[in-house]
Design a protein around this ligand. Structure first.
Ligand SMILES: [Mn+2]
Length: 249
């Protein structure tokens, strides 16, 4: 039977990712989903992208766009367009070296990412969802065919954490006592949502009523996790980080 395997935020943790793939024992009948944030903070972002770009040789691979990939693609767009805007972007220190290390094929792999993806009652996004989204949802949105200028706010799917009482996005570190973490208040109307972005420092993914958080903080010394969906059953696999590579922001 087809297994749908959803892997949490890797953030350059290549060794842990390879160990996780060994545990999963990927088959040609599987479908692998990567929930985004392959890159930044960890020891080998280029190695992780290279590894991921090879995996379609084994089975179908779907990349969900993380906020770090979203920023990288925007950076490259400005760089290639010679706008100079990329020099004003923050949190891009690792990008020049990473861009240099990636081939055109590997860059193209990142361009094939999805803002959101749907299958059988499940929605995948990197960050989170809200009922105030300004585009039809749930739906599958792809980076190379759905431009954020045509679908305003599409990039929010990569970075939603807190929502204000009416459901609007609250920027990082600007949340107040009246704001709620999106997965705590999500009513399930878009199906069960699998997501990353928010590190939960625990051995297995964080289960909410209508959502599952797959980022178990590997780059911060936690775990790298995956959910495996096979028919009506679901299981989790995790590997412990070999060390602490970064401090939580
Ligand atoms: Mn993220």
């Amino acid at each position: 039977m087809t297994r749908k395997i959803i892997v949490g935020d890797i953030h350059g943790c290549l060794e842990e990712f390879e160990d996780l793939l060994t545990l999963i024992n990927l088959q040609s009948t599987d479908h692998l989903f990567l929930i985004g944030d392959l890159i930044d903070r960890g020891p080998d972002s280029a190695g992780v992208v290279k590894k991921c770009a090879q995996l379609p040789q084994i089975c179908p691979v779907t990349l969900i766009l993380g906020n770090h990939e979203e920023k990288l693609l925007r950076y490259v767009k400005h760089l290639r367009g010679k706008t100079g805007i990329e020099q004003q972007m923050k949190g891009t220190d690792e990008f020049p070296q990473l861009i240099h290390a990636l081939t055109e094929e590997e860059h193209a792999f990142l361009m094939k990412a999805y803002f959101s993806f749907q299958f059988e009652g499940v929605t995948l996004v990197h960050g989170g969802v809200s009922k105030r989204l300004k585009f039809p949802f749930p739906a599958t949105y792809k980076v190379d065919t759905h431009a954020p200028k045509d679908y305003p706010g599409l990039e929010l799917l990569t970075k939603i954490r807190y929502l204000n009482p009416v459901g609007n996005f609250v920027s990082l570190n600007e949340e107040g006592p009246e704001d709620a973490y999106w997965a705590e208040v999500y009513d399930g109307s878009y199906g069960h949502v699998y997501f990353g972005h928010q590190p939960f420092m625990q051995e297995h993914p964080k289960c909410f009523e209508n959502a599952t958080g797959l980022d178990t903080g590997c780059v911060y010394g936690g775990w790298l996790s995956a959910a495996i969906i096979e028919g009506n059953t679901r299981s989790f696999v995790s590997v412990k980080a070999k060390k602490t590579y970064a401090n939580p922001l």
